[in-house]
Design a protein around this ligand. Structure first.
Ligand code: GAL
Length: 467
């Protein structure tokens, strides 16, 4: 575990990206080259999108033979990186591919999705970094809208194209909420195209355990601990955690902080209004330590893929995760669950967005642009989001295509206080996001409140936040 944390930290901090960013900023000599061993290029299964997964290719055959028609749309190879390999994610991505293929029948989609990149996209991100730094970018890749791309990352490293023209030509300035455009932008330019809006702070509760104890899912953390005791008495973990990689528990902890400090004060952690030395952070860590007693005891060896199966198997009662969760559960035909805001998160919508950018120097810029047009289109978003669990980034979606969960989220998006997620790249830059996840990952092994807050204060100092 420790080995992994140190490696990842070094990879992100002094590895390829950091070196390039520092070189661009002219403030330090490039650090060590990207450690090849941590970027398992050999494991990157760049697979051709199976023909069956792009059924659109079959459709136009009879009407207007593509081969004879004057070149329609883009052509050639289009390589798309993502970490979408789980149920719900795959269907959603294929929805985008289908629209892409319909509009550009001569494009050959290469689906370079990498398994094992869940939560923060671990393996996929490492492989991508190697490709980007080696001057061999894919046409586009999945990345969270915001700091993860913009700050101390590819944009600062000068590796991305600004997307002003695309935004204007496609009218996206009118159909994406201003907040999303703000999060997508740095130095006055938008740098990626949001395909969705995910909500991070949702509690997913399995029906059966609650029926067994005759209780309802908790609305506050106080209620959580009462219910957790009842479940514990029955030998059942109240909450699932997956900390085989940093990220999962950090996300759960964000919802605790929101509950303790409220949305505005939480936002202030990233605007310089709230100090990372604040006693609420201490209280949050103490609460997290308490919660660990009610989690699946093997959380250090549990992955994000495992927790979904554990919930389905009735091995635990709850999970706090983003709304990719229903996508996974539906794909496994599991519907015996309910959802509500994470405890103490009523009327707060903690958001993140998956997006696609345009690297400089791609082999097929025409196809890359055609892909981004699909990502930002109404058709593309309505093909992607129903299976993914997220709501469309566009405000003009066809609501009739969506489930009750989506409709619930769409309503809350309109009325709640919106705040960005740290773990999912929207609130902070890449270095802080990584430090934050690592600090919590260490905390769940040692429960050392003082040391962890000191690590967070150090990370906040490095990022220029208030300490
Ligand atoms: C998030 C991503 C989601 C989903 C999830 C899986 O970071 O935004 O789309 O892939 O990871 O863990």
């Amino acid at each position: 575990m420790e080995h992994r944390i140190i490696n990842r930290r070094e990879f992100l901090k002094i590895g390829a990206i950091g070196a390039a960013a520092a070189a661009v900023a002219g403030c330090a000599a490039p650090a060590a080259p990207a450690p090849a061993t941590e970027a398992p290029a050999a494991e990157a299964p760049a697979t051709e999108a199976p023909a069956t997964e792009a059924p659109a290719a079959e459709a136009p055959a009879t009407e207007a033979p593509a081969a004879e028609a004057p070149a329609e749309g883009a052509s050639g190879k289009l390589e798309i990186f993502s970490w979408w390999t789980s149920g719900g994610e795959v269907e959603a991505l294929n929805g985008l591919f289908k629209v892409m293929q319909e509009r550009n029948p001569n494009v050959e989609i290469v689906n370079a999705a990498i398994t094992g990149g869940t939560m923060s996209g671990g393996d996929m991100k490492a492989v991508l970094q190697t490709r980007m730094m080696g001057g061999d970018p894919p046409e586009s890749f999945q990345i969270h809208l915001g700091g993860e791309l913009l700050v101390g990352s590819y944009v600062d490293a000068g590796l991305m194209e600004p997307l002003d023209t695309l935004y204007t030509d496609q009218g996206w300035d009118k159909v994406f909420p201003p907040l999303l455009i703000e999060i997508a932008s740095k130095d006055g330019h938008p740098w990626s195209v949001p395909v969705n809006i995910h909500r991070a702070n949702v509690l997913w509760a399995s029906n059966k355990p609650f029926e067994e104890i005759g209780a309802t899912p908790p609305k506050t953390w106080d209620e959580f601990f009462v219910v957790a005791e009842q479940l514990k008495a029955k030998g059942m973990p109240a909450i699932l955690l997956a900390e085989s990689n940093p990220g999962f528990t950090a996300q759960v902890w964000e919802t605790m902080l929101i509950s303790i400090m409220g949305a505005e004060k939480f936002r202030g952690l990233f605007t310089g209004d709230t100090s990372w030395s604040d006693p609420d952070i201490t209280a949050g860590l103490e609460m997290l330590a308490k919660m660990l007693d009610y989690a699946n005891p093997d959380y250090l060896a549990t992955s994000w893929a495992d927790v979904n199966d554990l919930l389905i198997a009735g091995k635990a009662a709850m999970m706090i995760q983003g709304d990719w969760t229903p996508g996974v559960l539906w794909s496994k035909d599991f519907t015996e669950f309910t959802w509500q805001p994470a405890p103490g998160n009523e009327n707060v919508y903690q958001m993140l967005s998956d997006s696609f950018p345009l690297p400089k120097g791609v082999k097929n810029p025409e196809a890359a642009k055609a892909w981004l047009e699909v990502c930002g289109s109404k058709e593309g978003q309505d093909a992607f989001n129903p299976a993914k669990g997220s709501i469309p980034a566009r405000t003009d979606a066809d609501v009739s295509l969506y489930t009750d969960y989506h409709k619930w989220a769409m309503e809350h998006w309109k009325t709640d206080t919106i705040i960005p997620s740290v773990v999912h790249g929207a609130a902070a830059g890449l270095a802080f996001m990584t430090d934050f996840m690592n600090a919590v990952n260490v905390f769940v092994t040692n429960k050392n409140v003082e040391e962890t807050q000191a690590a967070l204060v150090q990370a906040a100092t490095d990022a220029g936040y208030k300490v």
